[in-house]
Write a protein that binds this ligand. Structure first.
Ligand SMILES: NC(=O)c1ccc[n+]([C@@H]2O[C@H](COP(=O)([O-])OP(=O)(O)OC[C@H]3O[C@@H](n4cnc5c(N)ncnc54)[C@H](O)[C@@H]3O)[C@@H](O)[C@H]2O)c1
Length: 453
């Protein structure tokens, strides 16, 4: 399906369109995670009657108490407004049959061989298929490998005995919001709407126009699948470039952060920040959806694969930096107390999925005395963990900043350095600490993309 909607009149006659417009349509959201829950809460806030379904009973319980199970800006306040009113959560899938619109927003990871693992998505679709009824609109927002809608999703949904595009409407609309700004981005970002046909796309457009002020871009499903993967692959390749520039600058004794910042003032340059690796549910796996599909066709996506390799090697580089830093003050990584600041994969979130900190802690655990801290996370990956920053860093030989939490940016580093075991080093993988202040306060500074000397 390409282009606009010449069938506007026909669309107008669909009862569901009126129901969406008048906020009478019942919506259910299958999967209440980092994307599903914010989407469900926004739809409820817009006045729709929303039932959220999740197999995780703990999540369901929390949501019904008006408590957010995840740390996401504004979500706690929004849930207090809508939970128990327009939004109800349940672990029972029967709510699907009572809905006009069904969102599917479950996780789509890769397996240990880095191939797409669609088992969770398939199970969710099987559940929906059991309760699917004529005239419903199904919207898939999970990120999927190319061809998944046609080859996997539609056959499962059609086990209901209903035909996609004839008996029920079907749309693929990948979510593009970024964690920590999910609510803000869902209501502002442009949205891709890949409909199985023009009526499906038209109905989804009617609904999403109540959600976002951003542009609604209609495309065919196959193109929509690729667009989402291009976006995250672009970011991965860009970060890999930044990381290579950082490695080069370290050797050359040049500050990569400064160089990149100035290069980015060029109107056609936009290089991301180097760092300790790429985490989260999306970027570390979405490029593999493209890589895997290409391999199936005998095509090797060299740049995309190499970028993944560079980014996956960065936690190892952090270890090298720690080793080098400690050596420069005549200390050995083996006998040192090393404090990891930040478990989450990025600043101001509690999300630890594919976090580079896990890799770094795992590598340090057999050789060093490892402590870790995070203001948002309660899960740790070994060593001694606390949410109390001062307790963690005291008497450390080395502090490693792994996450750009505001708490670290705003910390009184002079006071922290005072409590370290002298001589001491700071390894800043996020470049959030001022090198000069660090040296003045009595610690040696090492950072990704900073002088490696
Ligand atoms: N996290 C992000 O910021 C982000 C951004 C854009 C796109 N995406 C994509 O959105 C999708 C969802 O990601 P997420 O981060 O929200 O995942 P998540 O793991 O946070 O949430 C998925 C939820 O679905 C639930 N679930 C799994 N199977 C279920 C079933 N059969 N029935 C009911 N609930 C079920 C899980 O219990 C979980 O709570 C993924 O495909 C991801 O790639 C994520």
């Amino acid at each position: 399906m390409k282009g606009g909607f010449p069938l506007e009149v026909e669309l107008e006659q669909i009862e569901l369109k009126k129901k969406i417009h008048e906020k009478r349509s019942k919506i259910c959201v299958v999967g209440l995670g980092y994307v599903g829950l914010p989407m469900a809460a926004i739809l409820a806030k817009r006045g729709y009657n929303v039932t959220g379904i999740d197999i995780n009973e703990k999540i369901v319980e929390k949501i019904n108490q008006g408590i957010s199970p995840i740390n996401e800006n504004g979500l706690d306040a929004l849930l207090k407004e809508v939970a128990g009113r327009n939004l109800t959560a349940t672990a029972r899938p029967e709510a699907v049959s009572d809905s006009d619109i069904i969102f599917i927003i479950v996780q789509t990871p890769i397996d240990k061989d880095k191939k797409p693992d669609l088992s969770i998505l398939k199970t969710a679709c099987e559940t929906v298929s059991r309760y699917l009824k004529k005239g419903q609109l199904v919207i898939l927002e999970s990120t999927i490998p190319p061809g998944t809608m046609n080859d996997v999703i539609i056959p499962i949904l059609e086990r209901s005995g209903l035909c996609a595009g004839e008996d029920f409407y079907l749309v693929y609309s990948p979510e593009r919001a970024i964690p920590t700004r999910t609510l803000e981005e869902i209501v502002k970002n442009s949205r891709i709407i890949g409909g199985i046909d023009e009526k499906s796309a038209g109905l989804a457009k009617e609904l999403y126009s109540c959600v976002t002020s951003g542009e609604l871009l209609t495309e065919d499903i196959q193109t929509a699948e690729i667009i989402k993967l291009i976006e995250n692959t672009y970011r991965d390749v860009n970060i890999a470039l930044a990381n290579e520039i950082a490695l080069f600058c370290e050797k050359k004794g040049i500050d990569a952060a400064k160089a990149i910042e100035i290069a980015n003032r060029h109107p056609r340059v936009n290089i991301h920040a180097p760092g300790p690796g790429v985490g989260g549910h999306c970027i570390p796996k979405d490029p593999y959806f493209l890589i895997h599909e290409a391999e199936e066709m005998g095509l090797h996506l060299r740049l995309i694969r190499t970028s993944r390799e560079i980014n996956e090697s960065m936690p190892g580089h952090v270890i090298e930096l720690i080793q080098h830093a400690l050596k420069s003050i005549n200390k050995d990584i083996k006998d040192s107390k090393i404090s990891i600041l930040g478990i989450a994969y990025k600043g101001n979130t509690d999300d630890v999925r594919k976090t580079p900190s896990k890799e770094v802690i795992k590598k340090l655990m057999p050789i060093s005395d490892v402590f870790s801290h995070d203001p948002y996370v309660s899960k740790d990956f070994g060593g001694k963990f606390s949410n109390d920053l001062e307790e963690v860093v005291s008497d450390s030989d080395c502090i490693v900043v792994m996450t750009d939490h505001d708490e670290y940016k705003d910390a009184d580093m002079k006071k922290i350095i005072k409590g370290l075991k002298k001589p001491c080093v700071i390894v800043d993988s996020r470049r959030v600490i001022d090198p000069e202040m660090t040296q003045d306060a009595g610690a040696k500074y090492f950072g990704i993309g900073y002088q490696f000397q």
